[in-house]
Design a protein around this ligand. Structure first.
Ligand code: NDP
Length: 419
C-alpha cells in the first residue's frame, strides 16, 4: 500500500496525489473491481490474471451478466460477488454454488462490494449508477482507480471534497487523465500554464457536417484506434466523450476551463500533455491500450510489468495534431459551456447525452441530433432557474433524473427537427 502522498492542488482537491515516496508492496494487495464484466473490468482482470500471487480479489460486481461475473469470481476466488439486478440473486447463487464466494444482489450489494476492505478499488461501473458505489469506496479512504467519468461529471466538486476529507486517494484511470497525472508531477500548481488532452477525432474526424448528421450506428461504432464499450465509442464519434473528459480534468485537477485544451491527434499515441511556465511541455505516450493507464493505477506508486505492446515510434513515423472543430462537433463546445455554468450543468450535459445516445442506438434519432438534444436540455435547465451547488450524491441524482426526464420529453421534437 502507498504511504501518505504529497497532495495535488490545495485543500478541496487534495485527493489526487502528486508525488509520493516509492514503496515496495510486500503482502498481496486486496482489490475490488466494480464493473468487472465491462471493457475496463476486462482489462483490469487481465492485469490481475498476469500476477495472481500479487493480488487477492475481495469483490467483483456486474449489472446483469451473471455468467461472466460468476466465471470471474470462480477464477479469482473472489470473497464477494454482487449483481446489481435484484432479481438475479438466485441465478448468481446457483452459478457460484460450491465456492466460498458470498453473493449479493441489488444496488445495496454493489455498494457493499465497494465498502468491503479492499486496498484498491477499480471504479468502472458505467453511467451515473457508478456514483454511489465509488463514494462508498472513497468514504472508507481507499485507493480508487477512477474510470467512471460520471462521478466527476455529475458531482465533481462534491466527489473530490469527500475524497479529500476521507483521505481517499483518487488515481485517474482514463488514459488522458492518467497521462496528465503522470506529467503533472514534473512541476507544481504555480508553474502550470495549461493541460492538453488529446482526442483521436473518432471515425468522423474528416467527415462533413451533413454526413456526420446522417451517420449510422455501425459507422459510429467503428473507432479507429480504441476498443471500448458501445456507449463510450459513440461518445468518441460525437466528441461528447472529449467533452466529458474536459469536465473530468477540471474537477480532478482543479483546473479552470481555460486551462484545459483539446488537440485532435489521430494516432492516439500522445494521451495528454502539461505545459509549464518555462514552456516545457511534458507528455505521456503509449500505444492505445487501456491496460497501460490501468497498470499505472494498479502499480502506483510503483510501476508493474505491463503486457501491452511496446511503442515503436519509428514504425508509426508521424504524429499529427489538429485543432478540434467545434462546429462539426458541437458536443465539445457544450461541455465547455456546461463547465463554465457549473452548479449541476455538467450533470445535465451527461444525463441528456445518455438519453440521446440510447435514443440513437434504438434508432429513434439521427446521429446529428445527439448534440441537439443535449443543447436543448441544457437551455431548458438554464431557463428553469434550478441551478445550485450540488452538495450530496442525492442532489446529483436528482439533477440527473430531472435532466433525463426533460431530455426524454424533448426527444420527439428534436427527432422531428433532425429528420
Ligand atoms: P461497459 O459498458 O463495457 O461495462 C460497464 C460495467 O458496469 C459492466 O460490468 C456492467 O455490468 C456494469 N454496470 C452497468 N450498469 C450498471 C448498473 N446500473 N449498476 C451496476 N453495474 C452496472 O463500460 P466500460 O468498461 O467501457 O466503461 C466503464 C466506465 O469507464 C464508464 O464510465 C466509461 O466512461 C469509463 N471509461 C471507459 C473506457 C474504455 O476504454 N472502455 C476508457 C475510459 C473511461 P454488465 O456487464 O452486467 O452489464
Amino acid at each position: 500500500m502507498a504511504s501518505a502522498a504529497v497532495l495535488w492542488f490545495g485543500e478541496n482537491m487534495s485527493a489526487v496525489p502528486l508525488r509520493s515516496s516509492k514503496t515496495v508492496a510486500s503482502a498481496a494487495r486486496s482489490v475490488t473491481v466494480l464493473g468487472a464484466t465491462g471493457s475496463i473490468g476486462d482489462s483490469t482482470m487481465d492485469l490481475l490474471r498476469a500476477s495472481p500471487d500479487r493480488y487477492q480479489v475481495e469483490a467483483l460486481t456486474a449489472n446483469s451478466n451473471v455468467a461472466a461475473l460468476a466465471k470471474l469470481a470462480r477464477e479469482f476466488d473472489a470473497r464477494f460477488a454482487a449483481i446489481a439486478d435484484p432479481n438475479l440473486l438466485e441465478d448468481l447463487q446457483d452459478a457460484l454454488a460450491g465456492t466460498g464466494t458470498e453473493c449479493g444482489a441489488g444496488e445495496s450489494a454493489v455498494i457493499e462490494a465497494a465498502s468491503r476492505p479492499a486496498d484498491w478499488v477499480m471504479a468502472a461501473v458505467s453511467g451515473a449508477a457508478g456514483l454511489k458505489p465509488a463514494l462508498a469506496a472513497v468514504d472508507r479512504g481507499a485507493t480508487v482507480a477512477l474510470a467512471n467519468k460520471e462521478c466527476l461529471v455529475c458531482a465533481g466538486d462534491f466527489f473530490m471534497q469527500r475524497a479529500a476529507k476521507a483521505g481517499a486517494c483518487i488515481l485517474p484511470a482514463d488514459s488522458e487523465h492518467n497521462a496528465l497525472f503522470q506529467a503533472l508531477g514534473s512541476g507544481n500548481r504555480e508553474e502550470l500554464i495549461r493541460v492538453i488532452i488529446t482526442a483521436s477525432g473518432g471515425p468522423f474526424r474528416t467527415w462533413a457536417s451533413a454526413d456526420i448528421e446522417q451517420a449510422t450506428l455501425a459507422q459510429a461504432l467503428k473507432h479507429p484506434n480504441w476498443s471500448m464499450g458501445q456507449k463510450i465509442t459513440i461518445d468518441s464519434a460525437s466528441m461528447m466523450n472529449k467533452g466529458l473528459e474536459v469536465i473530468e480534468a477540471s474537477y480532478l485537477f482543479a483546473l479552470k476551463p481555460d486551462e484545459i485544451d483539446v488537440l485532435v491527434h489521430p494516432q492516439s499515441i500522445v494521451h495528454g500533455m502539461v505545459e509549464f511556465s518555462d514552456r516545457s511541455v511534458v507528455a505521456q505516450l503509449g500505444v492505445p491500450d487501456m491496460r497501460i493507464p490501468i497498470a499505472h493505477c494498479l502499480g502506483w506508486p510503483d510501476r508493474i510489468v505491463g503486457p501491452s505492446a511496446k511503442l515503436d515510434l519509428a514504425k508509426i513515423g508521424q504524429l499529427t495534431f489538429e485543432v478540434p472543430d467545434f462546429k462539426r462537433f458541437p458536443g465539445l463546445r457544450l461541455a465547455y459551456d456546461a463547465l463554465r455554468t457549473g452548479n449541476g450543468a455538467t450533470a445535465v450535459y451527461n444525463a441528456a447525452n445518455e438519453v440521446a445516445v440510447a435514443a440513437f442506438i434504438a434508432g429513434k434519432i439521427r446521429f446529428g441530433a445527439i448534440a441537439g438534444l443535449v443543447e436543448a436540455t441544457l437551455e431548458d435547465w438554464m431557463r428553469s432557474g434550478n441551478q445550485a451547488p450540488l452538495t450530496s450524491a442525492d442532489d446529483a441524482i436528482v439533477v440527473d433524473h430531472i435532466a433525463r426526464n426533460k431530455a426524454a420529453t424533448l426527444l420527439p421534437q428534436i427527432a422531428a427537427k433532425a429528420s
